[in-house]
Design a protein around this ligand. Structure first.
Ligand code: ZN
Length: 396
C-alpha cells in the first residue's frame, strides 16, 4: 500500500471538487442526467491519465507504425460518425492480452493481442465504435460520479495505490489511471455501448455483422482455454444473449442502411502484416518471460535470443533480456540490453527504471539517479521512488 500524502490528495481532490452538481443532456442517449463531472473535467481526466495508462499496459507498439496509423484512421472515421465531438485519440499497445479500453474524453487504446484475434476491418470497427460509445455516452464519467457519491473524496483518493498490471506499484497522479482502467461498466452501459457502437459503425459504412462475429469470437474464447482473454472478458462480459442482441440490431441497421456492407478483409490483413509475421517472435518472448518467472535463467536467455533473431527491433525483447541478465546479477550486460531497448523505444518507463537499478548496483549513483527520475516522469512507481531514496541515503 502506498502512503497517502497531502500533495497527492490535493491532485486527486482537484478533479473532484471542481464539479458541482449540474444537469446535462447525454449526447448519445439524449436523456437528461445529473452531471457531477463536467465534460471539460472528463476530457481533462482522460488527457492527464492517457500516457500513464498506456505505460501501465506495456506502452505503445512501435514495430508497426503503419498499423497504428491504420487504427487511428479507422477510429477517427467512426468518431466522426458518432456525431459527438471529443478529442478522440487511438493507440495500439504492446500487450499480448486481447483487450481494449476508453478513458473519459475519448482516449482509446487497443492491444496487439486483440488485433491479432480479429479477421477484418469491420470487427476492428466494432471494437473501436464500442469504446467510442462508452466515452461519448459518458460511461466512465458516470462511474466516477457513482464512486464520488458512495465513497466520498477521501476513500477515492486511497484507491489505486495497490498495484498495477505490471506488478509495479503505481503512485501519485498515475494511481488515478490505474483506478480508471480497473473500473467495470454496468451491464446497461455495455448494452448501450453495443447498441450505439453498432449504429456508429453502420453510419461509417461498415457492415454491422462485424459486431456479431466479434461477439461470437469472444464466446468461443470464453469456452476455450484462452486464459489470456480474461482481462477483456472481465471488463466486457460476453454471452450468447449479447450475440443474439447484436444479431437483431444488425438486421435492423442493415434494413435501415443497406449500403453499409464494408468488411475490409484485405485491408485488415495488409495493415496487420508486420505483427502477423512477428507472431512466432512474440511467442518466444512470452516463453522467455514465463521461464524468467520460475527462475530458469539460461532457458529464458535461449528463448529471448530466439525472439531477437526473428525480430531485432522490438524494444520489449531487449528489455526482457536485460531483466534476465539482472536476475543473473550480470549488471553490465543488463545495462547494454536496456540501452538497446531505449534506442528502439525511448518513451517507456520500465527500461529507465531497470537500467537505473542496474547502474545503482554498479555504484554509478548519478547515472542511476538520472534514469530513475526519467522513469518517474513517465510513470511514478514505488520501486523507483524507493531506489531514489536509497541512493540519496548512501553517505558519500
Ligand atoms: Zn464495453
Amino acid at each position: 500500500m502506498g502512503k497517502l500524502n497531502v500533495k497527492k490528495l490535493a491532485v486527486i481532490t482537484g478533479f473532484l471538487v471542481l464539479g458541482l452538481a449540474g444537469c446535462a443532456v447525454n449526447p448519445v442517449t439524449g436523456q437528461s442526467e445529473i452531471a457531477l463531472v463536467s465534460d471539460r473535467e472528463a476530457i481533462a481526466i482522460g488527457q492527464q491519465q492517457y500516457v500513464p495508462s498506456q505505460q501501465m499496459q506495456g506502452g505503445q507498439l512501435l514495430i508497426a507504425p503503419e498499423l497504428s496509423a491504420y487504427v487511428e484512421e479507422v477510429g477517427q472515421r467512426l468518431a466522426r460518425a458518432s456525431g459527438v465531438n471529443l478529442p478522440y485519440e487511438f493507440v495500439v499497445l504492446n500487450n499480448g492480452t486481447p483487450n481494449a479500453w476508453a478513458l473519459p474524453g475519448g482516449k482509446i487504446a487497443i492491444n496487439r493481442g486483440l488485433l491479432v484475434a480479429l479477421e477484418h476491418e469491420s470487427e476492428l470497427a466494432a471494437v473501436l465504435a464500442h469504446e467510442i460509445a462508452h466515452a461519448a455516452a459518458r460511461h466512465g464519467a458516470k462511474r466516477l460520479e457513482r464512486d464520488m457519491l458512495t465513497q466520498g473524496v477521501l476513500a477515492v483518493a486511497s484507491i489505486g495505490t495497490e498495484g498495477s498490471a505490471l506488478g509495479q506499484e503505481v503512485i501519485g497522479y498515475a494511481s488515478r489511471g490505474a483506478q480508471l482502467l480497473g473500473l467495470k461498466y454496468s451491464r446497461d452501459a455495455e448494452r448501450e455501448a453495443d447498441f450505439y457502437g453498432m449504429q456508429f459503425m453502420t453510419d461509417a459504412g461498415y457492415s454491422p455483422q462485424g459486431a456479431v462475429t466479434l461477439q461470437e469470437k469472444f464466446v468461443a474464447m470464453k469456452g476455450g482455454a484462452a486464459a489470456a482473454s480474461q482481462d477483456w472478458l472481465a471488463s466486457h462480459p460476453t454471452s450468447i444473449e449479447r450475440v443474439e442482441n447484436n444479431r437483431g440490431r444488425a438486421r435492423e441497421l442493415m434494413a435501415r442502411k443497406p449500403t453499409a456492407t464494408h468488411f475490409g478483409t484485405a485491408e485488415y490483413r495488409t495493415a496487420l502484416t508486420r505483427v502477423t509475421e512477428a507472431a512466432p517472435a512474440y511467442e518466444a518472448y512470452e516463453e522467455a518471460s514465463a521461464l524468467l518467472e520460475v527462475g530458469s535463467h539460461d532457458a529464458a536467455i535461449s528463448s529471448i535470443n530466439q525472439a531477437l533473431s526473428l525480430v531485432s527491433d522490438e524494444a520489449q525483447f531487449h528489455g526482457l533480456r536485460g531483466a534476465i541478465r539482472m536476475a543473473q546479477k550480470r549488471y553490465g550486460d543488463a545495462v547494454t540490453n536496456f540501452d538497446r531497448a531505449i534506442s528502439f523505444d525511448p518513451a517507456y518507463f520500465a527500461y529507465y527504471l531497470h537500467r537505473g537499478a542496474a547502474k545503482s548496483k554498479q555504484g554509478k549513483r548519478s547515472e542511476a539517479k538520472q534514469d530513475l527520475e526519467r522513469s518517474m516522469q513517465l510513470l511514478p512507481t514505488a520501486q523507483a521512488q524507493e531506489l531514489l531514496q536509497e541512493i540519496s541515503a548512501v553517505p558519500r
